[in-house]
Design a binder for this molecule. Structure first.
Ligand code: DGY
Length: 327
């Protein structure tokens, strides 16, 4: 990098205050019309920027990163999930990678809870039916959903977001179960009244609701595949606010279609932004467009984190949210 301002390329439109601050601090190339970069545009950005600020919509695989110019020093991701970045390839290139954890925990947990309630109580389906003129007045047995209180929730991935979902669900009178790579502290288990299941298969057969909150890593790809989904009880409801391909989407759709699962609430999709065609035709699934962190407050805080990480790096410090490849 030269001793003038570092050259930062931002791949998508960020909230206005974030872009304004970036303009003050860096020589920045923004993307005001917000068209996602093509692979060629990404390659071009990697060959010109000192620092790239990408998002989940930019797949930075090993081939692309291998072609990055020697001037590129850092990838400061806008988002907590970094499964779209080949961390090993970035590391091999000597690139520092950072993300934006913490600030999106509560909003993402809110969306998980919203999907859980909506899938169980059929709010969005009811909205569609009301607009279609089907509401003819209160009816004793029309559009009956399923209670949430008194039911068991199995949280898969008891990190920050999983715990925030569990806190909310406990407040709704749910009984909390969880599966995680490692058991959380006794204090957290006690606060949440949470039961640990080392064996995911065993937990799935026991719970009424499932919330997917683990990161997407090589080991969580299709963690809920057809075999595991079949372990769920037919009245079970599945919610996913993590990454789409943690669930085998076609298998989930088939089970929702033929009643082997009661309902689902999805914020993420296996082939995002494409949604499995069968899901689009089902009333027992709520489909949100990856809204987890989508509030003005959180998206601004995510942008501020991108800036803090870049500044720390430029000042010669370890960025607070540096991400390194798994051992
Ligand atoms: C995240 O932060 O990982 C969100 O899903 C958007 O990338």
């Amino acid at each position: 990098m030269s001793d003038t301002k570092p050259f930062v390329i931002v791949t998508r439109k960020f909230p206005d205050p974030v872009e304004a601050r970036m303009r003050e601090l860096f020589t920045v190339e923004l993307n005001p019309d917000d068209t996602p970069f093509t692979r060629d545009q990404l390659a071009d950005a990697l060959s010109r920027a000192d620092i790239l600020a990408p998002t989940i919509t930019d797949k930075l695989d090993a081939d692309l990163l291998a072609g990055a110019g020697g001037q590129l020093k850092m990838i400061a991701n806008f988002g907590v999930g970094v499964d779209h970045i080949d961390l090993n390839a970035a590391h091999a290139k000597g690139l520092v990678v950072s993300n934006t954890p913490g600030v999106l925990t509560e909003d993402t947990a809110d969306i998980a809870m919203a999907l859980m309630l909506d899938a169980a109580r059929r709010v969005t389906e009811g909205d569609r039916r009301t607009r279609a003129g089907e509401f003819k007045g209160w009816h004793p047995v029309w559009m009956m959903g399923r209670s949430v209180h008194g039911k068991s929730l199995g949280v898969i991935g008891m990190g920050r977001i999983g715990q925030a979902v569990a806190r909310r669900a406990a407040g709704f009178g749910m009984d909390i179960h969880y599966h995680n790579r490692s058991r959380v502290s006794g204090a957290i288990e006690t606060t949440l009244g949470a039961t640990y299941w080392e064996d995911l298969d065993a937990m799935l057969g026991r719970v009424d609701f499932v919330s997917v909150n683990c990161p997407r890593t090589p080991t969580t790809y299709h963690l809920l595949d057809a075999r595991r989904l079949a372990l769920l009880q037919p009245h079970a409801i599945v919610v996913n606010t993590a990454r789409g391909d943690i669930i085998e989407e076609a298998a989930l759709a088939a089970m929702l279609a033929d009643g082997r699962l009661a309902a689902a609430g999805l914020d993420v999709y296996e082939f995002e932004p494409r949604v499995e065609a069968q899901l689009l035709g089902l009333d027992n699934v709520v489909l949100a467009p990856h809204l987890g962190s989508g509030t003005i407050e959180t998206r601004t805080a995510m942008g501020e984190k991108v800036i803090v990480n870049i500044k720390a790096f430029l000042d010669g410090h370890r960025p607070p949210d540096r991400v390194v490849p798994a051992e």
